[in-house]
Every structure is written in C-alpha cells, then in structure tokens.
Design a protein around this ligand. Structure first.
Ligand code: F0G
Length: 354
C-alpha cells in the first residue's frame, strides 16, 4: 500500500531545499482537497475551485512551509525555533517542533488571536509569550531575539524554506487541474503566501509543466490593507484576526506577485468577509476561518466590478480551518432552539407538530 507521506517524501521533494540526509519532520501535510464550488461557479459563470488548506494537519497552509523549516532546523542541530504569529504559524511551529523534539517559542498579540490557535500552541507545548501590541510588534521583537539567541526563526521572512514549502500548493493545483487556473484568489496578511503561490506557478511554467500562468488576486481586510494603500497601517483592525497585519514583511514579494502576474491586491470589508464565511460553509460544506473567506469575498467583488470573463477557471485558497475560531461562528447570529426532552416539544419547536 502506498499512501501520502507528506511533502518531503513526495515527488515534490525535488523542489524543496532539504538536504538528502535530513529525516523528514512531517505530519503528512499537503495533498489537500481541491473542490469545485457549484454555487460560486454559478454566481460567476466561471469554473471556481476551492483549495481547502484547512485540511492540513494543524488546520492551515502553514504546515507546508513548517515541515521544511523544522526539518532543516532539526538537521542543523538547533534546539529551539521561534516565530511571531497571528495564530496559525504558532500552532504549526509548535506542532512540528513537538514532533522534532525541539522547543518552540511563539510571540502572539495579546487578545488578538483566535482561541483555537492558542489552544493548539498550548497543547503542543510551546512557550507562549502574549505581547501587548500588534502582530507587527511581535515580528519585530522575534527578529531581534533570533538575531542574538540560538533559536531558528521560522517566520517566512528571512526563511526561504517556508516559502519553498508553501509553493507546493500551486504544484498540487496544476497537477489536479492539468493546467494553471486563469485566476488565483487568496487572502493576504504578511505577504508570504501570495509570494509563494506565485513562485510555485512560475516554477512549473519555467519547467514546462504548465503552459500558462494565472493572474494573482490578493485580498486584504479593509482595516488592515497596507498593500492596497501603499503604506503601512499602524493600528490594523479586522475581525479576520489571521490577516490583521499592518506592515507585511514580504511586501516586495506581494507587490511583485501582483504586478508580474497582471493581477491585483484589493480590500474587502469585514461584512463581505463574513458573508463569504457563512456562504462557503452553508453552500459548499466547507468550514473555513474568517480570514480564509477573504478570497471568496474578493472574487465576488471583482465579479461585480466586471473583471471576470465567463468560462475562466478560478482557484481560491481557503487558508485555514473554521474550527480554529469557534467564537466567530458562535457569535455570528446563532440562537439556540431550546426545549424539554419530550418529542412533542421538539416537534413543536421545529414546527413539525401539525
Ligand atoms: N490566511 C490565514 C488563515 C492566515 O493565518 C494567514 C497568515 C494568511 C491567510 C495570510 O498569509 O501572512 O502569508 O500573507 N497568518 C500569519 C500567522 C500571519 O501568523 O499565522 P500571509
């Protein structure tokens, strides 16, 4: 029986900067579902596919890069890894560090990360520091600490390994569709994933594995849209906490992905994000975290603005799992139907008593 063993022990290894002798630190990440969305396809007159990155082992796309970063860190003999995070990177770093027997130190903005992500980092045994400040403050401090202490920095900034791993999402998409999409939509926070996604398509095109390249459409939350405004945002705000980033570290990479692909980076409101968050769960059966829905919100906005051509193939990255942020769901209009345990009461509550 041959089964998926994760990215390093897969045919994609040739794209990954992992030494031949390094044993893979893996949780069998990658090979995530690519699902056709019937309702988004109908709404846009296009073929719309959802790349469900919440199906990765810690529930986000971060695992693609973390398997590489932690494999190499472990092989080079460091004892600790360190990162700043809005939540998902910290959960992933903590999990892969646990698997490798390394210490994970994670810096997160206090009160601004979804509780499921914090719960993950706690349980994987990370040393967690909750900073009074933004994600951008966390990243600044993390970089300063990593420069003077023997801990491997596993943020994608300054860590080409993370980006190399994250490029695999594009390889999987081209391999599944048999071609590159016309448009790839995704949420943008710190800028690493848009850079890596574009880089993956470029690699495949260079080697003749894809005949065309997609346009990259990145979306930021309106209150945290520095790349849209062209200037950092000191106090970013959005309920999509994963992408509450005011000063993206991979700024140039994000802009290059936009410009070199003939794409765009635009803002979507929290209202649009939450409409998409509800719809993708309700219509497609995919529970994605709020930030993940920014790509859907953006696609619908651009469709309304007339920027799609009927028949185009579109892929949307759903970057993280909805279970990471249960508060977002529970506080979004849920009103319990409560009854006694009598069948007649339940039937009446359901309106089935006639
Ligand atoms: N979607 C989710 C669910 C994320 O967690 C992130 C980033 C992004 C999208 C944006 O990706 O930063 O590469 O542009 N989360 C980081 C973290 C900041 O710390 O987990 P990006």
């Amino acid at each position: 029986m041959s089964s998926w063993q994760g990215l390093i022990d897969s045919p994609y290894r040739r794209w990954l900067p992992v030494p031949d002798t390094a044993p893979a630190v893996s949780l069998h990440e990658g090979a995530t579902p690519l699902l056709r969305s019937a309702h988004l396809s109908a709404a846009t007159d296009c073929e719309v596919w959802l790349k469900v990155e919440g199906a990765n082992p810690t529930g986000s796309f971060k695992d693609r890069g973390m398997t590489i970063a932690v494999t190499v860190a472990a092989a080079t003999g460091v004892r600790s890894v360190i990162c700043a995070s809005t939540g998902n990177t910290s959960a992933s770093a903590a999990a892969y560090a646990a698997r490798a027997g390394l210490e994970a130190v994670v810096l997160v903005p206090r009160g601004r990360i979804a509780l499921g992500k914090l719960a993950q980092a706690i349980r994987y045994g990370a040393r967690i520091v909750e900073l009074e400040g933004t994600f951008d403050d966390c990243l600044r401090v993390t970089r300063e600490l990593a420069a003077h202490h023997p801990a491997a920095l596993v943020n994608s900034v300054g860590n080409e390994l993370r980006l190399a791993g994250q490029r695999t999402v594009s390889y999987e998409i081209v391999d599944a569709l048999g071609r590159a999409p016309d448009i790839h939509c995704l949420p943008v926070g710190n800028g690493g994933n848009i850079t890596a996604t574009w880089g993956g398509y470029q690699n495949y095109a260079k080697e003749g594995l894809a005949a065309t390249l997609p346009r990259i459409w990145g979306f930021q939350a309106a209150g945290a849209a520095p790349l849209v405004h062209g200037t950092p945002v000191p106090n970013p705000t959005t309920r999509a906490t994963a992408i509450r980033v005011g000063h993206p570290a991979t700024w140039d990479g994000a802009i290059a992905a936009r410009d070199d692909s003939g794409g765009l980076i635009a803002a979507v409101t929290d209202e649009e994000i939450f409409d998409a968050y509800r719809a993708v769960a309700h219509r497609d059966g995919v529970f994605a975290e709020p930030a993940s829905a920014a790509g859907i919100a953006g696609l619908l906005r651009e469709h309304a603005a007339g920027r799609l051509t009927a028949g185009q193939t579109v892929v949307i990255t759903l970057s993280g799992n909805g279970l990471k942020d249960t508060e977002a769901s529970l506080h979004d209009g849920y009103e319990p139907t409560e009854t006694s345990a009598a069948t007649s009461d339940v039937a009446r509550a359901l309106g089935w008593d006639s």
